[in-house]
Design a protein around this ligand. Structure first.
Ligand SMILES: O=C(NC/C=C/[C@H]1O[C@@H](n2cnc(C(F)(F)F)c2)[C@H](O)[C@@H]1O)c1cc([N+](=O)[O-])cc(O)c1O
Ligand SMILES: [Mg+2]
Length: 214
């Protein structure tokens, strides 16, 4: 059984970065994806926009939908203040296994709770499983046809408060048209588009930042 791309990405991290140094892990993944094998990480260009929003929000509780190999998990967790927590949801056990090792290699395992399963089941359990009152920041980067349903589920479960920030990847490429239409037209959100490029390419893509107004 040959290796998978996530496994090769993990090997590149262990070979080309320093244990306990998140920035070196980020650089090793970006180098691997730019020069060896493309992978669907948010990447360095959109990643800088993500960093800016994380720093601005300075969340005590953050949620990520779609861990994949843990690249954006590391980007977010490295910026979190002491005592804050990032919960990241991953559906695919093989991806979760790789992400756990990437997060541990970066030394960020104490700030991150990686939970395996479908968002539809897990989001309603956030309060009872982790004592979450509400999320200050949600980074949405999972299946594009789940963005809208999961944003509405977060609302319905009372997991958003006045000022909670949703940051969505890929709103242009591959695109999330119904989510975009919702957050841009709903009176419950103040939404803004950050134009960028699809990771490691020159294609247009961007992030949509939407503040929940309560
Ligand atoms: O399809 C893309 N991303 C889909 C990403 C999907 C990832 O989210 C996980 N997930 C599914 N449900 C959950 C939850 F939350 F339920 F646990 C987590 C999946 O297992 C997968 O690891 C994509 C594609 C391109 N591209 O250029 O094609 C570029 C990108 O940046 C992309 O993100
Ligand atoms: Mg993405």
């Amino acid at each position: 059984m040959g290796s998978t791309r996530p496994q090769r990405l993990l090997r590149a991290v262990q070979k080309n970065s320093t244990r306990g140094d998140p920035q070196s892990v980020i650089s090793a993944i970006d180098h691997f994806c730019r020069h060896k094998e493309w992978a669907m990480n948010v990447g360095d260009e959109k990643g800088s926009i993500l960093d800016g929003v994380v720093s601005e929000v300075n969340p005590s509780t953050a949620l990520e939908l779609g861990t994949y190999c843990g690249y954006s998990t590391v980007r977010i967790a490295r910026l979190l203040p002491p005592g804050s927590q990032l919960i990241t949801l991953e559906f695919n056990p093989a991806y979760a296994a790789v992400a756990k090792q990437v997060i541990a290699w970066a030394g960020l395992q104490d700030k991150v709770q990686l939970v395996e399963g479908p968002s539809g089941d897990l989001i309603p359990q956030m309060k009872e499983l982790f004592g979450v009152k509400s999320f200050d920041l949600v980074f949405i980067d999972h299946w594009k046809d789940r963005y809208l349903a999961d944003a509405q589920l977060l609302e319905e479960c009372g997991l958003l408060r006045k000022g909670s920030v949703l940051l969505a990847d890929n709103v242009i490429c591959p695109g999330t048209p119904e989510y975009l239409e919702y957050v841009r037209n709903s009176p419950r959100y103040e939404s803004r588009y950050f134009k960028s490029h699809l990771e490691y390419t020159q294609a247009e893509d961007g992030l949509e930042k939407s503040v929940f107004l309560g």
